[in-house]
Ligand binder design. Structure first.
Ligand code: MN9
Ligand code: PYR
Length: 320
């Protein structure tokens, strides 16, 4: 049974893996990155080696070293460090799960294997169970991201009876726009203390209404502070204020989505906003274009999302 840890809640930044111009991992900036998240964004939980972290594009030894660096640098600063240990090979996934336990991570998460695929719920549960069993003391989260894995098994169906199979199951990271599925995950598991973490940042407010207990996402790296303001307004039942924050965040995401938005672009935006060099992504991703970066910078300024934007640069679009 997982130790009765503090529940994972609030914002969780899906970490970027910083790289040097020649494609190696830039471990040297992770300490600074931790401080930036905590001090500038008010974000105290991280999700390492996931989609944003290009986890599936790293070697196993790189994944181990990245996990170690976040756990070490996050000690006494971060509340929780969750490591994504999903892989196509069960053995690799188990190795990473065991490693996460050894280094003192706070939880592990796993996506569905997406090349040779589990075709039904029971097979997927069996795979997840074998991974979870390699770290029997760590909270286990299922990472549902059907658009990227191609595994369309509904989360609601997967959660039905999951604790009988996976005693360490502690929650779900739900990266999909199907709020029927998400709402039913919450509704059918009200008696259990699961974490329901939403993963579509531009729609978080709707998920909060459905009972999300937290959120994992790429934009909390640089819009954490804004999103925390939205969470506070929601807690205070100040819904129109919360909606204003969500719209404000949407204006930015909508703008970049139209330019083509993915992990490469997240790296470029984070470099701009934090000043910490995140570097290029690794193939098969390609570096964001100069044009993207310039446009994103102008938008960040006009929305007043860059902390060093001077008052005279502010315009009507800016969010308070
Ligand atoms: C596909 C993907 O990377 N989703 C991220 C997390 O799950 C989100 O944080 C998005 O990046 C974000 O919602 C912007 O679309
Ligand atoms: C967004 C997210 O959770 C990930 O990058 O894995």
């Amino acid at each position: 049974m997982a130790s009765p840890k503090k529940k994972l809640q609030g914002l969780v930044a899906a970490t970027i893996t910083p790289m040097t111009e020649n494609g190696e991992i830039n471990f040297s900036v992770i300490g600074q990155y931790v401080d930036y998240l905590v001090k500038e964004q008010g974000v105290k939980n991280v999700f390492v080696n996931g989609t944003t972290g290009e986890g599936l594009s790293l070697s196993i030894s790189e994944r181990r070293r990245v996990a170690e660096e976040w756990v070490t640098k996050g000690r006494n600063k971060l509340d929780q460090v969750v490591i994504h240990v999903g892989a196509l090979s069960l053995k690799e996934s188990q190795e990473l799960a065991q490693h996460a336990a050894e280094i003192g991570a706070d939880g592990i998460a796993v996506i569905a294997p997406f090349f040779l695929k589990p075709w039904n719920k029971d097979v997927l549960i069996n795979f997840l169970k074998e991974v979870a069993a390699a770290a029997p003391a760590l909270p286990f989260y299922y990472y549902h991201i059907p658009a990227l894995t191609g595994i369309k098994i509904r989360a609601e169906e997967l959660l039905d009876g999951i604790q009988d199979k996976i005693p360490t199951f502690q929650g779900l990271k739900f990266s999909d726009t199907d709020l029927l599925d998400f709402g039913q995950c919450v509704d059918q598991n009200r008696q259990r203390q699961f974490a329901f973490l939403f993963g579509v940042d531009e729609q978080l407010l709707s998920a909060l209404v459905m009972g999300a207990t937290g959120a994992v996402g790429s934009t909390y790296n640089y819009l954490g502070k804004k999103t925390n303001q939205m969470l506070e307004a929601f807690e205070q039942k100040d819904f129109s204020v919360a909606l204003n924050y969500q719209f404000c965040i949407q204006r930015f995401i909508n703008f970049v989505v139209k330019l083509g938005f993915g992990v490469s672009q997240t790296k470029a935006i984070m470099t701009l906003v934090s000043g910490i060099p995140m570097g290029p992504p690794r193939l098969p991703l390609q570096k964001a274009s100069r044009e993207f970066t310039d446009n994103a910078e102008a938008k960040l300024k006009s929305l007043n999302f860059l902390s060093f934007t001077s008052l005279k640069d502010r315009n009507l679009e800016a969010c308070s």
